[in-house]
Structure formats: C-alpha cells, structure tokens
Design a protein around this ligand. Structure first.
Ligand code: NDP
Length: 498
C-alpha cells in the first residue's frame, strides 16, 4: 500500500489542493509514497504559520528548546534502523551509509540541544566606569530551508537543528527526489513536541515552492544546499529582498597523493571518497592528483580496486555501491562519461551503465576512473557520480596549482608522511575543509562545514557553533549603572588623565 502524504503546516498534516507526485526506489523502481505539489496558497499558509509561531518560540528559553530537540534525537536513536532503511530505499546509498545519515541527525540534534545551554556571547570591558558591555545572539525570525537529495535526512537536520535551537520556526522544502525522508524527519519532530507552527513541511517543485519560499516576504533567512546554478538564482532573489542566505553549493574535491604517501592507506581512502554514496556527495573525492613518481603504480592499483567493488541493491549489506539517485542523475553522469571519451581522456575502468538482472530495474553505473588532462572538463566540472578523474602532477607546487584551479572550494586532502607538505597543504589549498591522510569526506558535526569560492559565496558554515550564525544576529548591549550621563570617546580623556 503506497502511503499518501499531505503537507505539514501549523502542527498538522493537511490535505493539499495540488497535484501529486511519486517518490521511487532508485534501485528497484518501486513507488514508495506520493506527495503533493504544494500550491502558492499553501506556501503562504506555511510561511504565515512560521511567522505566527515566532514570538512564542523565541521566548521559549534556549535550554527548553534544547530539551525538545534532545527528545527528537532520542526518537531518532530508537528508530535508527527503520529510518536508515528509508534513506537507503529512497535515495539509494548503501545501508551502512543510510544508517550513517540517521546517525548524523542524532549527532547534530544532540550537539545543537547542548548549544541551548551555551550559545555564548561575549562580555567586553567598557572604556567608562560602572558600565557593562556584552553581546547576545538573537533569532532572526521565521526561515526557509531548501535541501538536496544526497543526505536526505542529515542536511534537513543540520539546518532544522540550528534554526530550532536559535529560536527560528522554519518551513522546509526538501528535494523532490527524497520527500519521504523529510516527512519522516518531520514526523519525529512532531512526536518530540515542537509547538504548532514551529516546524512546517512543503513538498513540490523547486521552481514553484523553492522559488516561492525565497521570495516570500515573511521569511528572514534562506538556508540552501544544492547546485551552483540554483544557488546563484536563490542568492539573486534573496538579495532583492535584502535578507541573509546560507549557500552550500557544489564541489570538485581533490586528493593530492605525494610520492611518500602510504599507498595502501591512500587506496582505501580514494575508494571510499570517490565511490561512497556513488560519488554523490558534495565532498566526494572527484579528483586524484598524483605525484608523477607514483602515478603509474597508482593508476594500476586504482583499476584493480575499482573493479572489485560490488555494485548492487544498496539494502544488501554486502553491496559496496548502490545506484545513482534518479534517471536524470544517470543521464548526467553518462553524458560526462561521453564528454571524457570525446575530449580524449583515457578510460581506465568502468565508463558504462550496468545492465542485466538487478541492474535493469535501477540506475546503476560502473565505478569509473579516467586519466584526465588538467584543462579538460572532467578535471574542472562537478559530475556528482561515481567518476574519478586522475591527474598527474610534477611536484607539490604543481599539485596545489591543479587543486586550486577549479571554481569550487569545499573539501580537499593530501596523503603524505612529510610534515612540510602536510602543513603547506593546510595553508595553500583553497577550500573550507582540508584532510591529512584521509579522503575528502567524513565531516563531524561539532566542526564548521562549508566552502569558499563558488561553493560558499556567503561564507556561511553549517554544523559546529558556526551553524548558529545563519539563524541569529548579534545584539550589542551597553548597561550603564553609573547613574549619570557618560559619553564614550569624550569623557574617556578625563579618566585617562589626558
Ligand atoms: P538542486 O540545486 O537541483 O536542488 C536543490 C534544492 O533546490 C532542491 O530542493 C530543489 O527542488 C530546489 N530548487 C530547485 N530549483 C529551485 C529554485 N529555482 N529556487 C529554489 N529552490 C530550487 O541540487 P540537487 O538536489 O540536484 O543536489 C545536488 C547538488 O547539491 C550538487 O551540485 C551538490 O554539490 C550540491 N550539494 C552541496 C552540498 C554542500 O554542502 N556544499 C551538500 C550536498 C549537495 P527540486 O528537487 O524540487 O527541484
């Protein structure tokens, strides 16, 4: 029986006037549930509900907000297996990663709940006597959250956890490929006890619901994760409204392999970084930049290792790599493979859609490795699939130049046992994240996450305490308890004897 979902507005699941769409398992084609394409009126209703809930929610103390968030984390912990399976069946990542998606929700909700008892500001000395100066975080108001499909519970949780603890009611618009994961997340938040209007969910197309949220006059922040082109459009629309936006966009993340690297460790990292989540992570290791001295051996090892990966139904514990998430994703990745061929890149392994048996029902692509020239499109553009581009570098400086030659700057990595290269990479790689002797994936929730250049034009960071920056503004407070008028910059001269 396929479940029919409504929209979650003002504390209730509601029927929609809009048409419906299906969400499917990308490994089997099975329909999992149907969802409404929210109408403009319904969008207005959700934004209105969030606005209406703001006054009460911001006055609920942050530790109390944290308690409810902690309850949500507890429910997620209890339902981890069930929800991990939902992630895998709707999005297609292997079951260990499906559970990982849910674990990330638990981790961040617990972390954010703790922030309810911290949310530190500063106390700063005054230049005048009997005067106190401090800063406090204030919630910005009702907000809109727009999320992609590749971390279908974790990314909505990063955004919603930060908004909720900051005191901001939200309207979430998830990717149309993974509405079921978002609905399950909202069910948990409802069960945890958030007041009506604080949590709202709209499903529907990006161009109607997403765009409508960004333009809506009641929403004071838009937190967006997705592709660069959509992000640019969101940025422009939000600028017209003069509101704050958080943008987490694409990546073309490099691993640099120096000639002294531990090759076994490198190969384990590259397989996980390039083919984990079928390469559909914004932090995926999509470029491997190899020192010329070890290049031939690395290419040889790569082919052997990639060919050993077991591609199949992601719900099977033995599967290493599942399908890509949709027919469109499959088309895009196969187009890039074709571009590689046409531009003269050397195909080392893979390079095709898998067919026969279980493969005929889903979107399966062989783990693919190309040897690529640094000026070619496969070296520069985000593919977002199981395609690794290998590039040859003359030395460290050349490797860093190649790494920094793309428009993105999310994650980066170097494999070396030489401290000089490790520390220079930390300084010289243009990226929001640098790993040493680990691949470009593996973010932990207690640290800032985000990028530079076209990955992160707004310089916002999710996770860590920095997650609060998106949803709060700083208020500076001066308390003068001297009982007389004290004039900053003017009366100070007397006090210093000047
Ligand atoms: P998209 O940019 O296509 O979509 C992201 C979200 O935006 C979806 O909810 C989509 O809705 C919505 N959307 C689409 N058009 C508009 C619009 N005009 N106005 C407002 N919202 C809109 O990205 P994908 O979902 O395909 O995700 C893949 C991309 O996300 C990759 O480029 C990847 O690098 C990036 N990403 C970045 C991360 C980071 O932290 N830097 C993390 C994860 C992914 P709908 O689904 O209905 O079209």
């Amino acid at each position: 029986m396929v479940q029919e979902y409504g929209l979650f507005i003002d504390g209730k699941w509601r029927k929609s006037e809009g048409k419906r769409f299906e969400t499917r398992n990308p490994a089997t084609g099975e329909v999992l549930a149907t969802f409404p394409l929210a109408t403009k009126d319904e969008l207005g209703g959700a934004a209105h509900a969030a606005k209406g809930a703001f006054e009460k929610w911001r006055k609920t103390t942050a530790p109390r907000r944290g308690e409810i968030l902690l309850e949500a984390a507890r429910i997620f912990r209890r339902k981890k297996e069930e929800l991990g399976r939902v992630v895998t069946t709707e999005m297609g990542k292997v079951i260990a990663e499906g559970r990982g998606d849910v674990q990330e929700v638990i981790d961040f909700y617990e972390y954010a709940a703790g922030e309810g008892r911290r949310m530190f500001g500063e106390t700063v000395p005054s230049e005048l006597p009997n005067k106190m100066c401090l800063t406090v975080r204030m919630p910005v108001g009702p907000v809109g959250l727009i999320t992609p499909w590749n971390f279908p519970m974790a990314i909505p949780a990063w955004k919603s956890g930060a908004a909720l603890i900051a005191g901001c009611p939200f309207v979430l618009k998830p990717s149309s490929l993974t509405p079921l994961c978002a609905a399950k997340l909202v069910e948990v938040l409802d069960e945890a006890g958030f007041p009506p209007g604080v949590v709202n969910l709209l499903t529907g197309s990006g161009s109607v619901v997403g765009d409508g949220l960004v333009a809506h006059p009641d929403l004071r922040v838009i937190s967006f994760t997705g592709g660069v082109d959509t992000g640019r459009h969101v940025y422009e629309t939000a600028a017209k409204k003069m509101i704050k936006v958080g943008l987490e966009l694409g990546g073309k993340n490099p691993i640099i392999a120096m000639d002294d690297a531990n090759l076994e460790l490198l190969m384990d990292g590259v397989m996980f970084g390039a083919f984990g989540t079928a390469g559909q992570r914004c932090t995926a290791s999509s470029r491997l930049i190899v020192h010329q001295k070890i290049y031939d051996q690395v290419v040889d090892d790569l082919a052997k290792r990639a060919e050993k990966l077991r591609v199949g139904n992601p719900i099977d514990e033995k599967t290493d790599m599942g399908p890509v998430a949709s027919a469109d994703q499959e088309k895009k990745v196969l187009e890039y493979i074709e571009i590689g061929r046409k531009e003269g890149d050397t195909l080392i392994t893979g390079g095709k859609k898998l067919a026969g048996g279980v493969y005929d029902k889903g979107f399966f692509i062989a783990p693919t490795v190309f040897a690529v020239d640094r000026r070619k499109r496969l070296a520069l553009e985000e593919i977002f699939g199981p395609v690794l581009s290998v590039l040859k570098a003359k030395d460290f400086d050349d490797a860093v130049a190649i790494a920094n030659s793309v428009k993105y700057g999310l994650s980066s990595s170097i494999y070396t046992n030489d401290l000089r290269w490790a520390f220079r990479a930390m300084q010289e790689l243009e990226a929001g994240i640098t790993y040493v002797n680990a691949p470009t994936i593996g973010a932990e929730v207690q640290l800032p996450f985000g990028g530079v250049k076209e990955t992160g034009p707004t310089d916002t960071r999710e996770a860590g305490t920095t997650a609060l920056d998106e949803f709060t503004y700083w208020k500076t407070i001066y308390v003068d308890y001297s009982g007389r008028l004290q004039r900053a910059q003017i009366d100070t001269a007397k006090l210093t004897g000047g």
